[in-house]
Ligand binder design. Structure first.
Ligand code: TYD
Ligand code: MG
Length: 457
């Protein structure tokens, strides 16, 4: 008797399944994302009835720790983001907008590893580009001579059979959305296909012990397309970010089973590919003009790294009944909150003014520690009084106007000092590093926003 295969309806955005079609996904709220898929052949192993499983062994929590023999890529920024090198058998998902430079980066990683004295077996499988296109890119990057094994393929069954008989140390799949498994009936790029292909490839990577890179495209909402499920299946999720119009790119670890998250690697896209940026603060401050109102340097931290960025504000009388607020690179709700606090605690009226806020260089920051720098940039623009060009600022603002302590103040100050800053505005009373004083960085501690106004009189 043939078994009846019940079709299910799966949201392509979040992976939730439903017994029948509906226009809107109840789970993620997206419209028209639900697609019919065949349940029987979704590529996952089935528990067949009648069979009993084997006993699993438990071990004590205490035991010898495994030390990973990490593969160093030779690209310091990648090694840092991955937690000190690539762990054999780990799976890394690299997400990012189309054209941001994922293929370029991974080709560089692949070529770098293939040229190491250890002679790692590196396999680059492109499902998006023809062999010639990849070759053209490699010669542009000056990597044409590296012993990378290149293939243009999309059938996962063929890929697995081939990789089974190789000495692969690193495999790159560019991209997972182009791959397909004939056992799954949905189209490439659908949740079912992506999940099944990734599952099979991950199983192989774990068994054979090679590092697997999966490239994933990002949807307009900024999630790796459809398969958010993929994020749970892999060991590391890296996002490659940056504005098209700007030349720098940031590789950010959002999940890492083998290292710290929130770690970033900074690159610059040049004619000959991605170049590591050793001193990102200098890059982000390069185009800053001194003595301009509305500009304030924020001493931030990204992962374990201090990063100085310029925050620009423009406050101008509004021509409309409702004043406009526009933010690039920061949280607009947070700006509204800062403006409300300044109105309530300092008596500054923004209701008749448009407020624009921009993080220079196209960087996106999410730290609340930027609050104080934002407030200072806004007041500086409103009063048209420039802040000292060699002053760095950090501190979180609370609703009662208090300035709160933030993490790693000394690291922030050290970076400011390194870049030749002379003064800093900080939250009150933290354990200041003694060297801060020795290096003549004058710190002004501010406890409440109403004291900010004194700076502009
Ligand atoms: P690519 O790696 O193809 O992006 P993705 O795989 O994320 O879609 O990057 C393509 C962009 O990078 C393209 O717009 C051109 C630019 N680029 C350079 O500026 N310099 C280079 O050396 C290379 C190879 C690409
Ligand atoms: Mg690509």
């Amino acid at each position: 008797m043939s078994k009846k295969s019940a079709n299910i309806f799966v949201c392509q955005n979040c992976g939730t399944s439903y017994p029948k079609w509906q226009g809107k996904c109840d789970s993620c709220g997206e419209w028209n994302t639900i697609v019919e898929e065949i349940r029987e052949t979704d590529g996952f192993s089935k528990i067949s009835s009648g069979k009993t499983g084997k006993k699993i062994d438990f071990v004590p929590l205490k035991g010898d720790l495994q030390t990973y023999n990490r593969l160093k890529t030779g690209i310091n920024e990648i090694d840092r983001v991955s937690g000190g090198g690539l762990v054999p058998g780990s799976v890394i998902l690299v997400g990012g907008d189309p054209g941001i430079g994922k293929s370029t980066l991974l080709l560089q990683v692949c070529a770098g590893l293939a040229s190491m004295p250890e002679k790692y077996g590196c396999y680059y499988i492109s499902g998006e580009e023809a062999i010639d296109q990849v070759r053209i890119r490699a010669s542009r990057l000056g990597l044409a001579e590296s012993p990378v094994n290149l293939a243009s393929a999309t059938d996962v069954r063929n890929i697995i059979t081939t990789l089974e008989n190789t000495d692969a140390s690193v495999v790159i799949i560019d991209s997972i959305q182009t791959m397909y498994l004939d056992a799954v009936e949905s189209t490439p790029g659908s949740v079912g296909q992506v999940r099944a292909c990734a599952y099979e490839l991950i199983k192989l990577a774990k068994r054979k012990g090679f590092v697997l890179f999966l490239v994933g495209h990002v949807t307009k909402q900024g999630e790796i397309a459809g398969p958010r499920v993929l994020e749970h299946m892999v060991d590391t999720v890296l996002y490659f970010e940056g504005e098209r119009g700007h030349h720098f790119r940031i590789l950010r670890a959002v999940k890492n089973r083998y290292g710290a998250t929130d770690e970033i690697g900074v690159f610059e896209m040049q004619d000959k590919g991605l170049v590591e940026v050793e001193n990102p603060s200098a890059l982000f401050l390069a185009e800053r003009q001194g003595n301009i109102s509305g500009s304030c340097v924020f001493a931030g931290i990204e992962g374990s790294r201090p990063l100085l960025v310029e925050i620009q504000a423009l406050v101008s009388p509004s021509g409309y009944a409702t004043a406009k607020r526009a933010v690039v690179g920061w949280d607009s709700n947070r700006l509204s909150m800062i403006l409300a606090v300044l109105e309530a605690r300092c008596g500054i009226n923004f209701s008749t003014h448009d407020v624009y806020l921009n993080i220079a260089g196209g960087l996106k920051i999410s730290e609340p520690a930027a609050d104080l720098a934002v407030a200072m940039a806004v007041i500086s623009s409103l009063t048209n009084k420039p802040l000292p060009a060699d002053m760095a600022v950090f501190g979180e603002i609370g609703l009662s106007g208090e300035i709160r302590a933030v993490s790693q103040p000394n690291l922030r100050l050290k970076e400011a000092r390194k870049l030749g800053f002379a003064s800093a505005i900080t939250p009150p009373s933290f354990n200041k590093d003694k060297t801060a004083k020795n290096n003549e960085l004058s710190c002004y501690e501010i406890g409440n926003v109403h004291r900010l106004i004194n700076w502009f009189n």
